[in-house]
Design a protein around this ligand. Sequence first.
Ligand SMILES: Cc1cc2nc3c(=O)[nH]c(=O)nc-3n(C[C@H](O)[C@H](O)[C@H](O)COP(=O)(O)O)c2cc1C
Length: 372
Amino acid sequence: MPNMSKYRRILRPILFSISPEAAHTLTVEACRVAGNLPFLPRVSKALLTFEAPELESNVAGLHFSNPIGLAAGWDKSGRAIRMLDHLGFGFAEIGSISARPSSGNPKPRLFRLKQDLAIVVNYGLPNEGVEVVAHRIADHASNFPIGVNIVKTNDGPDALACSGDEILADYERSVSMTHRHATYITLNLSCPNAKGGVDFFACPGSISSLLDCLSPLSIGCPVFLKVAPNPAPCILEHLIQQAEPYGFVKGLMFNLPPGKPPSLTLTTDRSRLEHMPGAVSGKPVETLINLCIRELYRRMPKGRFDIIGAGGVFTAEDAYKKILAGASLVQIYTALVYEGPGVVKRINRGLVDLLRRDGFSNIREAVGADAH
Ligand SMILES: Cc1cc2nc3c(=O)[nH]c(=O)nc-3n(C[C@H](O)[C@H](O)[C@H](O)COP(=O)(O)O)c2cc1C
């Protein structure tokens, strides 16, 4: 595992010696610069990619060369878009982006929980706004699947509360400007750290209102809904009921839970956590997200929706668990921070071994195999 050990031995100590947000900005900028160089992207792709026919699949009418994707929140404004298809991923999701630019929450707003293999995130959706990002996506000609994650603009803590119509109009503007350029769109309906959208989408029928509002756009790509992770049967059934009538909604996914709910397995001292506002990503959310995936898969009309699973995936075994529970695709974020980009290739290679061990000839056959 030369990539992993080099990252952990050399790069990670350097990145971990600066603030989490500075390290994040630095790596995105490094990728942006690298993506514009003549040879580096191709070298990177050759080093970081693992291909196998077992990993190829069609999901929501799209082709994926492997099931491991970059989760939303790493390249928030698509700055490194030219490099994303050279890191070994089968797809990447940029955003969350919003109708208007936002500077997000006050700093510090990102914290490492090293002993828990986790991050506390309180970014509050900083991004350059849909106009800038839509141009970036439109200018990037590539077959690599790029999802665009859309959220309501965070106008800051002092902004007046938005009406329901204003929230819908915000989403509508972003979707209308991106759906012709994106491979797929994710509607982020549950940002744990921003006021405005959270309460709105907890209200019964609010998702239907948004989908009604988007229907006249004749959206040209599949849409996924990213919701709060709540495994309660009535919540999942209401979600499915609301999404089902809209043919353009092809899939569902779960975001991080807000705050530090007791369902998270955290070993970091609670007194330390008090100084870290925000939601927890990485290992502590894995059990909750896997439960949500399994419960959702069991209730979904088969063949109607696909699930993208994200939360605490560090190894092939972790990714496989999500696939067996019902996820057709898997995303990672926190593992990149702790393990470096070599983790994508390791997961894909390991997945092929696990599929062969269990007698599956393709990843599609394994989706949901453990959910019943
Ligand atoms: C620093 C950070 C920023 C994130 N920003 C977003 C975001 O803007 N939109 C979104 O839908 N999810 C966001 N997420 C959630 C991730 O997309 C993903 O669902 C979550 O982190 C679980 O995956 P992981 O455990 O592999 O990190 C963010 C996560 C982190 C750690």
